[in-house]
Design a protein around this ligand. Structure first.
Ligand SMILES: Cc1ncc(C[n+]2csc(CCOP(=O)(O)OP(=O)(O)O)c2C)c(N)n1
Length: 548
């Protein structure tokens, strides 16, 4: 007997490493919900809402390489759509499985709940189109082929895909069979031309460096990229979105390159190099220090997932993995290009009853981090302050640098923690962002995870105060919450919680959070305008940031 359409899809997702599916159940999705729960190798992870489910899946995919969510028709799936769009921007393959009314209902154009009441049933399928790289409405006949097409698309593009199951189709057996699509491979001639051009360019360069980018992480190529760094001996910097693409304790690491807003030594070294090799780095606003980075295209190489550029020449059909491996074999090791030492945040300032300044806070947070931590940092001033904190060995820094949806980090930290329960998850979020999705804190306790959560309470949307015309305008103010009381209300029994307003209290809370052995939630209260230096430089750079 053939498996049902849903069972077929679930078995393929399991083979790819998905063990948890985030979502909110609903009647049109019951056949999917039920079949997930009946599978002993899968868990249905009930989220507080669909947006949070999508963010949790995004965090999970950052650790495991891919993830899945399950929503119901209409309001359910649309709730997730903004999160799915974020995963698209940030290059994460998420499988969005949604349940639809059965075919008889659709054909009768019946007025049923979760519709606009106009008999149109494909509207949400249409709405999802720009936020996914492939989509399908499943039938028994197309299920196998469409599943393989969508898996191949999601893994090739590292973007979300969408599958809709009419509720009767969800439990019907698949018809036919198919094979997984072959993985993409490089065209040998194109690969040879690309790699030769890169080796030539680098051999002519007196100074050179690498800029490893986020796509190598998304493709799971950390090992290959590190091998290249070690083979060629060249220094590497990373941009904001790419932070910890490679280990920051590596001796070849020189720091974050962020145009004129970042470290001047790193800027000068990168921009004065005769050749800069990007490995999937993206020249976005926050990656380029508000577009102040100056990299002459003629002296840059960019190795992208499926093609490469050397100066102005593009080489199609070359896989990043093959290019990295070939370069590691063919580039001579150079010891003649010494780079600067990465800067650190220095000694924490302040003690006892001193108020918590930026110079007190960010160095303390930096010192708190441990090897292999998952560090989830929200959009806002905290991400800017922590971008130049040197991460310990194996620690990975995660931020939604391109999509930048506030509220993402709290559920994403939950998803990441669930994906790697043996690693410590540290979430750092502004209180304004936290207000969007704070209820997802409850899930950590529900699934016996013990995160360490810092909520930076600076009485409003500080990064917006620094970017808008009038910092004190009231749209940047917030309802005042008792943040440190939230874990208890959200069922996180036994957690260590604290609200700290002085350096002494902060030190005590950090020590407790480190050793308490439970989840920890610390509200860090600062003055309204306590901002790290990079946020202040952003404040001074609105002209280039908004290209006026
Ligand atoms: C979903 C969404 N809505 C609105 C914004 C605009 N926005 C960007 S940062 C920010 C404020 C962040 O404030 P907070 O989390 O308190 O951090 P702070 O900068 O104060 O440290 C807002 C509202 C956004 N990025 N995403």
């Amino acid at each position: 007997m053939s498996p049902t359409t849903v069972l077929y899809v679930l078995s393929r997702l399991r083979q790819l490493g998905v063990t948890d599916i985030f979502g909110v159940p609903g009647d049109f999705a019951f056949p999917l919900n039920d079949q997930i729960c009946e599978d002993k190798d899968l868990r249905f992870i009930g989220s507080c809402n669909e947006l949070n489910a999508a963010y949790a899946a995004d965090g999970y995919a950052r650790i495991k390489g891919l993830a899945a969510i399950n929503t119901t028709y209409g309001p359910g799936e649309l709730g997730a759509l903004s999160g799915i769009a974020g995963s698209y921007a940030e290059g994460l393959p998420i499988f969005h499985l949604t349940g639809q009314p059965n075919l008889a209902t659709q054909q009768a154009r019946a007025v049923v709940h979760h519709t606009l009441g106009n008999g149109e049933f494909d509207l949400f399928y249409q709405m999802t189109a720009p936020a996914v790289c492939a989509r399908a409405i499943i039938t028994p006949q197309n299920c196998v082929a469409e599943t393989e097409r969508l898996i191949a698309a999601a893994l090739h593009h590292r973007r979300p895909v969408y599958m809709a199951f009419p509720s009767d189709v969800a439990v019907q057996p698949v018809i036919g069979s198919s094979q997984p699509h072959p993985e993409p491979h490089s065209d040998p001639d194109s690969l040879e031309s690309a790699v030769s051009a890169m080796v030539d360019a680098l051999s002519r360069a007196k100074t050179a460096c690498l800029l490893p980018g986020i796509s190598l992480v998304r493709l799971g190529l950390r090992r290959e990229a590190t091998a290249l760094v070690e083979a060629c001996g060249l220094p590497f910097a990373t941009m904001m979105m790419d932070k910890t693409a490679l280990d920051e304790t590596h001796p070849s690491y020189i720091g974050i390159y962020d145009g004129t807003l970042g470290d001047e030594q790193v800027r000068a070294f990168v921009e004065e190099a005769d050749c800069v090799v990007g490995i999937g780095a993206v020249a976005s606003d926050f990656n380029t220090g508000a577009f102040t980075a100056r990299l002459d295209r003629s002296k840059t190489i960019n190795v992208l997932p499926h093609n490469s550029r050397v100066g102005n020449a593009i080489y199609e059909n070359v896989e990043m993995k093959d290019v990295l491996t070939a370069l590691a074999q063919r580039l001579p090791r150079r010891a003649d290009v010494p780079g600067p030492q990465p800067s650190e945040l220095g000694e924490p300032q302040g003690k006892g009853n001193d108020a918590i300044t930026a110079e007190a806070l960010y160095p303390r947070w930096s010192r708190f981090l441990r090897p292999n931590d998952i560090v989830m940092v929200e959009t806002g001033t905290s991400a800017l302050g922590l971008s130049s904190a040197k991460m310990p060995q194996g620690a990975t820094f995660h931020n939604q640098t391109l999509w930048g949806a506030i509220g993402w980090a709290t559920p994403a930290a939950f998803g990441a923690a669930l994906a790697a329960p043996d690693r410590r998850t540290v979430l750092i979020t502004g209180e304004g962002s936290h207000q969007l999705t704070a209820q997802e804190v409850s899930q950590f306790h529900r699934y016996e995870l013990k995160p360490i959560i810092f909520v930076l309470n600076n009485n409003g949307y500080l990064i917006e105060r620094l970017l808008c015309k009038n910092p004190d305008v009231y749209y940047n103010d917030l309802a005042q919450w008792q943040y440190h009381l939230l874990p208890q209300a959200l069922g996180c029994d036994g957690w260590f919680t604290a609200r700290v307003t002085t350096c002494g209290e902060l030190d005590a809370a950090l020590a407790q959070a480190e050793t308490c052995g439970t989840g920890a939630y610390v509200e860090v209260v600062t003055d309204k305008y306590v901002a790290p230096p990079l946020a202040m430089r952003m404040h001074e750079s609105t002209k280039t940031l908004y290209k006026s």
